[in-house]
Write a protein that binds this ligand. Structure first.
Ligand SMILES: *[C@@H]1O[C@H](CO)[C@@H](O)[C@H](O)[C@H]1NC(C)=O
Ligand SMILES: *[C@@H]1O[C@H](CO)[C@@H](O)[C@H](O)[C@H]1NC(C)=O
Length: 254
């Protein structure tokens, strides 16, 4: 009985600390939002993070491109943002709605246009160019652009972290998708069954590279996210892997 009470106390304590954790993350920041990619979001596939088909990658149409300021050279790939339309500044919101989107693409600057007339993604503007279906959950289509408030939020994913191996001998490139928690990967190491840990560097977007010869070895990865948490996926890739294959870890960040 005493044990049960202690466990219950621990559990409740955990709940409270998790509530505090999520409350602490709700710092809303003003930005603006537009949309792109068509009503079926087909134009949002193959974005600058390197996630090819967003349906396969688990993001579906809940995605956004980020302005230079938010993009951080691809460091924000995979991060999740809760976005609400600012009803105090426009009548074009759908009141009481919010959407969580994953950063999958870059919205480039366009210096041929003024920042407040088409150059929405020019620095220093904080701007979300959202998939059309995501945008339409919070705002009226006709508006085109709306003021929003956003907060970085925890990414909730189904299943493990996915590793897609591309490249060739002595040039391994790994696309990392479906990352929970912060969602934004900040460091990666790889270990072959016959080699020691070596660090990988960001090639572009969510692609990480290194020059080790890993062919024919089972592979383990250490993945760190930008909130400092890390996960080790031991032997997530079996020795018989081929370029183009995707493997999923049994663990993820939550
Ligand atoms: C949103 O857009 C309006 C109009 O261009 C601009 O005045 C405002 O500063 C923008 N907000 C942010 C946070 O960039
Ligand atoms: C996309 O967001 C909507 C609305 O919040 C949600 O119902 C849906 O499950 C999300 N889809 C995915 C794949 O996360």
């Amino acid at each position: 009985m005493e044990k049960v009470a202690i466990l219950l106390a621990l559990f409740l304590g955990l709940c409270v600390s998790q509530l505090r954790g999520s409350a602490a993350q709700q710092y809303w920041t003003p930005a603006n939002a537009t949309f792109y990619g068509g009503s079926d979001a087909s134009g949002t596939m193959n974005g600058a993070c390197g996630y090819d088909n967003l349906y396969n990658d688990g993001y579906a149409t809940n995605s956004t491109a980020l302005s230079t300021t938010l993009w951080g050279d691809g460091k924000s790939c995979g991060a999740c943002y809760a976005i609400t339309c600012d009803t105090s500044r426009t009548k074009d919101c759908k009141p009481g709605t919010s959407i969580t989107v994953t950063a999958t693409n870059f919205c480039p600057q366009d210096y041929s246009k003024p920042n407040d007339a088409g150059g929405w993604c020019n620095p220093p503007r904080q701007h979300f160019d959202m998939s059309e279906p995501a945008w339409e959950t919070i705002a009226q289509y006709r508006a085109g652009i709306v003021p929003v408030n956003y907060a970085k939020t925890t990414c909730r994913r189904t299943g493990g972290i996915r590793f897609t191996i591309t490249g060739h001998d002595y040039f391994d490139n790994v696309l990392i998708t479906n990352v929970g928690g912060s969602g934004a990967v900040s460091a990666v190491s790889v270990k072959g069954s016959a080699t020691s840990w070596t660090t990988m560097s960001r090639n572009w977007g969510a692609n990480w590279q290194n020059g080790a010869y890993l062919t024919g070895q089972s592979l383990s990865f250490k993945v760190q996210t930008d909130d400092g948490k890390s996960i080790q996926a031991d032997n997530v890739v079996p020795a018989y892997w081929k370029y183009g294959d995707t493997y999923e870890s049994y663990n993820n960040f939550y």
